[in-house]
Each structure stands twice: as C-alpha cells, then as structure tokens.
Design a protein around this ligand. Structure first.
Ligand code: HEC
Ligand code: HEC
Length: 258
C-alpha cells in the first residue's frame, strides 16, 4: 500500500477509534501501541482480552506462540478465519512494533531480533520455499528447522557451510561429490529385486538402510541376499536442473536465506 493511502487510512481509523474509545492515542513501543489500538483492538480488545470478532491474546494458545509465530500470524493471518494478514498494509518494522506491543500485553519481553529472519523474506525467498516444499519435493529428503525428511543432510545454514559453487554443484550434479554419511547402498536380493537406500548401520551379519522415501529402516541379513554394493550415485534425484531458470533462482535464494 502506498504511504499516502496508508497514512490516510490510519488517521481515519485512529479518528474513528479515538472517537469510540475517547482515549488519546499515544506512542509506545515504536508505533506498536498506536497501530494495535487502531487496527487490532476492535477484535482483540485494548488489553488483549478479546472481543466478539477476535479472541484473547492472553490465553494459553496465544501465550504459547513463539516469537516467529506471532510475527507470522500478524504478517500472513490465518486462512479461513477472521484473522487477515497485515503484511500488505504494514512494513516489517511496523509489524515488529505491533508484535512487541502484543508481547507487552502478555507481560512478556519483546520479540527476539534473531527471530526476525522470517520477516525479511523477499517474494523470491517465499516462492523458493514453496518450491522446496511443493514441486521440487526437496522436503521429502531434507529438513530445516527440524522439519522434513532425513535421507539428505539438514539444510540449516547450508549456504554458510558450502561455497556458492559447491552449492550449485550439489544441486546441478548431485553425484559429482556425495556428502559423507549420506552414501547409498544397493542390495540385490536372491530373487533379483534391487533395493537402494541410505546406508545407516552395518554389523558382521547385517546391514541396515533407510528406504529412499525415508520412511522405513530395513535390515538385511548378509547371508540371505545375493549382493551388497556401494552405490556411486547420489540418492538425490536430478530435479533441480529440470526446473525453470526462475524457479532455480528462487530455490537458491531460499537456500541462501536458511
Ligand atoms: C476482524 C477481527 C480481527 C482483527 C482486526 C485482527 N484479528 Fe487477530 N485474530 C482474529 C481471529 C478471529 C483470530 C483467531 C484465528 C484462529 O482461529 O486461529 C486471531 C488471531 C490472532 C493471533 C493468534 C492468537 C492465537 O491464540 O493463536 C494474534 C497474535 C493476532 N490475531 C494478532 C492480531 C494483531 C496484532 C492484529 C492487528 C494488526 C489483529 N490480530 C487484527 C481476528 C482479528
Ligand atoms: C530422494 C531424496 C532427495 C531429494 C528429493 C532431494 N535431495 Fe538433496 N540430497 C539428497 C541426498 C541423499 C544428499 C546427500 C548426498 C549428496 O551429496 O548428493 C543431498 C544433498 C543436497 C545438498 C548438499 C547438502 C550438503 O550439505 O552437502 C543440497 C544443497 C540439496 N541436496 C538440496 C536439494 C534441493 C534444493 C532439492 C529439491 C529441488 C533436493 N535436494 C531434493 C537427497 C535428496
């Protein structure tokens, strides 16, 4: 929203609401108090006690939200509920101010700035995250923030661990250099069927691999299979190179932000 429209809308809302509450609008934590009273208190109450169209921001569910979740619900809303997203109306600084005011209503300390990461998301990063979880199916094998599969390495801080060229190589040519601890084994059973999975454990008598979909750990007794060999290629499919150029850039932007 452009600034002129925003400030016009805001002063209109402040005008209406101060007439309603006849309480002066004063500055608090940044603009948080003012914005909260203008836009949020209608539904959540001036002290966060909750009104008919909203809910309490001081009950167990609201108090158990993490800093990131408070920022996220204010910025993006909750689809299918009366809680709309405010990300188009306010910039990230204003959202932070409002979130800080919500925290002060809860008697809590302010939002930790380290959790602001989610707020600086650009449209490119957001699109990259959607591809990571959707079309690219990356999340079936990779996790970040403890969420996702375990066939491939967790990708938290991946852009700090790998150089830009290593990162691109990992994506464009997964088998060029296979990450240690994520190698694959190929088991040929006596009936000729082949099972490939992530190598997990081995003893004199048995081998354990994790199925390619990550869901099961399978144990094979060595004397009951035809052969067990190292699989040279990565378990990572060649998905990245099949994506459109813009999609590849979006995923890269997302990975760099992890
Ligand atoms: C039109 C009414 C309305 C307005 C205006 C509104 N909200 Fe909400 N808000 C809701 C409703 C309804 C929910 C509960 C959504 C749900 O069912 O999960 C909610 C949920 C929330 C939650 C999560 C609470 C929880 O327990 O999970 C927070 C935080 C919140 N709102 C903050 C705000 C802030 C800050 C503003 C102002 C920028 C705002 N809301 C404006 C209706 C509103
Ligand atoms: C079927 C499982 C699977 C899927 C799907 C998959 N990967 Fe992988 N990925 C792996 C495995 C296994 C490795 C480690 C072996 C290697 O180095 O190739 C890996 C390695 C990586 C690495 C290097 C990580 C490091 O620490 O060295 C990156 C980055 C990566 N994948 C990103 C992605 C992205 C982005 C997608 C989606 C487009 C994706 N992967 C899809 C299994 C998968």
């Amino acid at each position: 929203m452009n600034n002129l429209f925003r400030s016009a809308r805001r002063s209109l809302a402040i005008g209406i609401l101060s007439a309603l509450y006849t309480s002066p609008v004063i500055g608090g934590l940044g603009e948080g108090l003012e914005l909260y009273n203008s836009y949020c208190s209608v539904c959540h109450g001036e002290a966060g006690e909750g009104q008919a169209m909203g809910k309490s921001l001081n009950d167990r569910s609201a108090n158990s939200l993490s800093d990131a979740e408070v920022l996220d619900v204010i910025k993006h809303g909750r689809s299918g509920t009366g809680m709309a997203g405010w990300g188009d109306s306010f910039d990230d600084g204003e959202i932070l101010d409002i979130a800080n005011h919500v925290r002060s209503l809860q008697g809590r300390s302010g939002i930790m700035l380290t959790e602001r990461k989610a707020l600086v998301d650009t449209p490119e990063i957001i699109a990259g995250r959607a591809l990571f979880k959707g079309k690219g199916k990356c999340v079936t094998c990779h996790s970040y923030d403890d969420d996702g599969g375990s066939i491939g390495p967790a990708l938290d801080d991946v852009a700090q661990r790998l150089s830009e060229s290593e990162l691109k190589e990992a994506l464009l040519d997964p088998s060029a250099k296979v990450a240690k601890n994520y190698r694959a084994k190929k088991v040929t059973k006596t009936d000729g069927t082949i099972v490939v999975g992530r190598f997990r454990n081995e003893s004199d008598r048995a081998l354990q691999i994790q199925s390619e979909d990550g869901r099961r750990w399978i144990t094979f007794f060595k004397d009951r299979v035809s052969s067990i060999t190292n699989e040279e290629s990565s378990l990572m499919p060649d998905v990245f190179s099949t994506l459109e150029k813009t999609e590849r850039e979006e995923i890269l932007a997302f990975l760099r932000a992890l």
